[in-house]
Design a protein around this ligand. Structure first.
Ligand code: ADP
Ligand code: TRP
Length: 330
């Protein structure tokens, strides 16, 4: 039986955090032996900030961010021998397909996108990159003919839009050219909250980074927002952020003991935060050590990107050519 092609991309926009790991990366590493894995650095997606004159990254920052994401993903278990690892901008076929997809779409359809709606609420004039973001994401998925797309909850709508685009194209072609991809979301970790209780996100500055130095991690954890439950009173583990994080990273039984103490009023937020610092550093110890070794090794990282370049390019050209044939432009 053919293996399923499983694909996901992450934007190189800053320090990789716990939400990225549990929302997307871990699903990829867990499935590495079952599927045909495609993992990529979505650096074209990360360009949407250049419509903002005041807040754009420098070229050096962009390079560093891509390198960080690549090293961080490998350190966390993406195995370049098992997964096809690549950088979006190395394959111009994606941008070409995106243009074709954009021509198939209507303005009103794209205004239903969450990312666009959120941006439009904040600013009057939204960058076109943000507006067309779902078209680029659809191109990423369709050009690789992916069947399964592991993502956090916030990306589900984009995969849904991709299915719609696949259907539209198949309708134009009178044939099932594109597979309709399916998002894969793990319920328990679909939305990891940030240190302020909002969704954890690089752009909100509320993250628990995985590869920061110990002092930064400690400070971040100590700054977690908690309520004013008086000492000796039960702590609600459903809403207590340190508990929510601990549950994800501790063996079930050990966490059970902590949860028990909370419900009896035998614990304090300070104590829980101390335990979290220790458990967090233990949980990511191996990954952090590996990251130290490979993150500066630009030669190795370049080699990883080089490894499957031909194979990926051949597949993408084949997919794009099918589309161009249907449209009569080859
Ligand atoms: P960020 O929002 O921090 O910029 P990205 O947009 O690069 O992160 O997301 C990369 C992947 O990580 C996506 O699949 C996204 O759904 C997932 N993800 C990001 N933040 C979270 C979170 N707080 N909880 C669960 N998954 C998340
Ligand atoms: N938009 C995704 C995010 O912000 C990243 C991404 C780009 C992606 N292209 C993709 C995820 C294709 C899955 C499949 O997290």
């Amino acid at each position: 039986m053919n293996k399923k092609r499983i694909l996901t991309g992450l934007q190189p926009t800053g320090a990789l955090h716990m939400g990225n790991y549990f929302g997307a990366l871990r699903q990829m590493t867990d499935a590495q032996d079952e599927g045909e894995m495609y993992f990529f650095i979505a650096d074209l997606h990360a360009l949407t900030d250049i419509s903002n004159e005041q807040a754009q990254h420098s070229a050096t920052e962009r390079k560093e961010n891509s390198q960080h994401l690549l090293a961080a993903s490998i350190a966390l278990g993406i195995d370049p021998k098992k997964s096809i690892v690549y950088r979006q901008s190395d394959f111009p076929q994606i941008a070409e397909l995106m243009w074709i997809i954009s021509c198939m779409l209507k303005h009103n359809f794209l205004t239903t996108g969450h990312a666009y709606k959120d941006a439009a609420q904040e600013k009057q004039d939204v960058g076109l990159g943000v507006f067309l973001y779902p078209a680029l994401m659809a191109a990423d998925i369709l050009i690789a003919d992916a069947q399964v797309v592991p993502v956090g909850q916030d990306q589900a709508q984009h995969v849904e839009l991709t299915r719609e685009i696949a259907r539209k194209f198949n309708h134009i072609a009178h044939e099932d050219y594109f597979t309709e991809p399916q998002e894969q979301i793990q319920k328990e970790v679909a939305i990891i909250p940030g240190l302020d209780g909002e969704k954890m996100s690089k752009s909100k500055g509320n993250t628990l980074p995985i590869f920061a130095d110990e002092e930064t991690i400690r400070k971040r954890i100590m700054s977690i927002v908690t309520d004013s439950t008086p000492q000796g009173q039960p702590i609600n583990t459903e809403t207590c952020l340190p508990c929510i994080y601990l549950e994800k990273i501790m063996p079930r039984e050990e966490y059970g003991t902590i949860a028990n103490r909370c419900s009896k009023g035998d614990s304090t937020y300070k104590e829980l935060k101390e335990v979290l610092v220790e458990q967090y550093l233990t949980y990511f110890k191996d990954a952090r050590e590996k990251y130290e070794k490979i993150s500066k090794d630009t030669r190795y990282l370049e080699k990883v990107l080089e490894r499957n370049r031909k194979k990926v390019s051949t597949l993408f050209t084949k997919q794009l050519t099918k589309v161009k044939q249907v449209l009569g432009i080859v």
